[in-house]
Design a protein around this ligand. Structure first.
Ligand SMILES: Nc1ccn([C@H]2C[C@H](O)[C@@H](COP(=O)(O)OP(=O)(O)OP(=O)(O)O)O2)c(=O)n1
Length: 138
């Protein structure tokens, strides 16, 4: 009986999480939305105490390691991953997400607006590495 209740609660949680992800998948998600969701996630579990910048950085590096494992010993991996099966691609999506989520949370805990910083960096990169003028080659 107790087991039935637990299984029911787990199924309810899974359904709620699936509903939430559909809601997000319906449109482009922003870094701010991810940041807000991660904040709620940590608060609901009283995990803010663990989300120090150093802990988050180490967690992100660990996830980069897990991401690297997917590519390890495979030889060259072609764009589009045509020879990967669906399970491998889904796993890849999860590991990429773990890295992104820890990066977003880390930025937030450091008081860095990541979207703003990234846009500024793209502008800085373009100044440092100017595109060749199209007229030059003509
Ligand atoms: N203290 C924590 C622990 C987890 N997470 C979140 C962020 C990541 O998206 C995910 C990481 O969860 P796991 O540590 O369980 O790592 P994996 O999902 O990679 O599982 P595993 O290492 O078993 O493959 O959960 C978090 O925000 N804070």
């Amino acid at each position: 009986m107790e087991g039935d209740k637990k299984a029911g609660a787990v199924a309810e949680k899974k359904a709620a999480a699936a509903d939430q992800s559909k809601e997000v998948a319906a449109g482009d998600v922003s870094l701010k939305e991810l940041s807000r969701r991660l904040n709620d996630f940590a608060k609901e579990r009283d995990w803010e105490q663990y989300h120090s910048p150093r802990n988050l950085l180490l967690a992100m590096i660990a996830e980069v390691g897990e991401l690297s494992e997917l590519f390890m010993w495979k030889g060259e991996v072609r764009k589009g991953l045509a020879d990967w099966d669906e399970a491998e691609k889904e796993h890849l999506g999860e590991e990429l997400s773990d890295v992104l989520l820890y990066l977003v949370r880390l930025s937030d805990m450091c008081g860095v607006d990541l979207g703003d910083a990234a846009l500024r960096k793209i502008v800085k990169n373009a100044v440092k590495y100017p595109a060749p003028s199209k007229e030059q080659g003509a």
